[in-house]
Design a protein around this ligand. Sequence first.
Ligand SMILES: *Cc1c(COP(=O)(O)O)cnc(C)c1O
Length: 249
Amino acid sequence: MLRYYRATTWRINFLMMLSMMPIDLVRNISEVTRRISAAEIAAGREQSSVSLLAVSKTKPPELIRLAHAHGQTAFGENYAQEMVEKAQLLADLPLEWHFIGPIQSNKTAGIATYCDWVHSVDRLKIARRLSEQRPANKNPLNVLIQVNVSREPSKSGVLPEALPDLARRVRALPGISLRGLMAIPAPMGTNENPRQPFKALRELKESLALTTPGFDILSMGMSADLEEAIAEGANIVRIGTDIFGARYN
Ligand SMILES: *Cc1c(COP(=O)(O)O)cnc(C)c1O
């Protein structure tokens, strides 16, 4: 029932498009692009060193088509069935699909087939299935390991101390190219330094990069904290709300 609901949510959301005018989407994309650019300058980083992943979960394919018409090519989804349906419907466009949600083992085939990137690998079993199911005529799947940097109980992501061993095993899989790390930090208390979890992820990445060729991607930063993430070295920021508006489900 839940799965059916999820799979059909974006169709229902077609009605929501009426509340988001194309002009808002275009304005939102340029505003987020401006924020990214300002954060790159503030951090003394090269222009265009950060790429924008537009998180289109729960949003209708028509909005993705519109965002693409305004220069956006990379889209992030967190429900496998929804991603597969959208990828099939939008197959006429040269889009790059990123999977960013929790992965059930019975959903790996669609992800391995349609995605270019997966940000949310945190178990060897899932990585093995993605590697086996990656079609032979495609490049190895770009994979990031999700780390539970805030050590939240029962949250997705491998704990930092288990990361080196998982990375070593994932790196050896033929259908996968291990490219870096992803995190979703816990909400911050008012006295905490908002950059701390991003700094922690950067340090983990730097240490693993010493032994892993091509391990250069840090996927961190969302609508509310992309500046802090870029200051700590993010090179993919995942933005939903500030591009497509609020989600109501
Ligand atoms: C939904 C989601 C985002 C986008 O969050 P916003 O706050 O809407 O920008 C980023 N990353 C992941 C993993 C998500 O599930």
